[in-house]
Design a binder for this molecule. Structure first.
Ligand SMILES: N[C@@H](CCC(=O)N[C@@H](CS)C(=O)NCC(=O)O)C(=O)O
Length: 221
């Protein structure tokens, strides 16, 4: 199996986490977001990462990719079997992708990428809006959903956990801090997920890239 993208992308990280939790082998092929070569557009028509290949079969979008991986390799399932938990898990994945990810991406884009990678000015007003207005109600909602212990659906890490934590990691690279007085369950759960061996491994592999960006060594061509 091949995953096209760069790990610093939350949606790529989410797919890699799914493959790692299932203990599946894969090859990661470095493709930057927004790549519009005819070859890449053939497998990811919007030019978005992640894209995925399994032999001659190609598909894009992290949710669809994981749905495929789950169907092909159901062992170590990432989705609960109870229908209501299952629906709730998919909802948290959807919420993470459509609401949490864009808000976290603003922080990462403006604080990390603009000044270091693109050598452009940070839009401080955009960052302030994300930090003070957009993210707090999202975390209020997630705090209501988060368990006291373990992961979203029990003792094992799963789809909801990897979907929610992946964009948060990017916001944290942009110095977003989860206020543990206001969101104690989320603060603790994000710590637990990041301490899971799969995330320890992925974050270690990403370190060189993020350090390269922050130090200004890696710049947009
Ligand atoms: N719903 C998609 C979103 C993928 C996405 O937004 N990828 C970003 C990088 S994290 C991208 O490739 N953006 C390219 C662009 O905006 O042109 C998924 O879950 O895979």
């Amino acid at each position: 199996m091949k995953v096209y993208g760069v790990t610093i992308s939350p949606n790529v990280r989410k797919v890699l986490a799914a493959l790692e939790i299932k203990g599946l082998e894969y090859e990661q092929i470095s493709v930057l977001p927004g790549t519009k070569t005819p070859e890449f557009l053939a497998i990811s028509p919007r030019g978005f990462i992640p894209a995925f290949g399994d032999g001659d079969f190609h598909i894009s979008d992290s949710s669809i990719i994981i749905e495929y991986i789950e169907a092909m390799h159901p062992e170590t399932s990432l989705i609960p079997s109870n229908p209501q938990d299952r629906a709730k898990c998919r909802w948290l994945e959807e919420y993470a992708g459509s609401v949490l990810f864009p808000a976290c991406a603003v922080v990462f884009q403006e604080v990390v990428l603009q000044p270091n990678f693109y050598k452009q000015k940070t839009d401080e007003a955009r960052v302030a809006t994300a930090l003070n207005e957009t993210l707090p109600p999202i975390f209020d909602y997630l705090e209501d959903q988060a368990p006291e212990n373990g992961f979203f659906f029990g003792e094992n890490i799963g789809l909801a956990d990897i979907s929610v934590v992946s964009p948060i990691i990017n916001a944290e690279f942009g110095k977003f801090h989860i206020d543990d007085a206001r969101w104690p369950k989320m603060a603790a759960m994000v710590k637990r997920i990041k301490a899971h061996p799969v995330f320890v491994k992925l974050l270690m592999e990403e370190e060189k890239t993020i350090m390269g960006i922050i130090s200004g060594e890696l710049v947009a061509s």
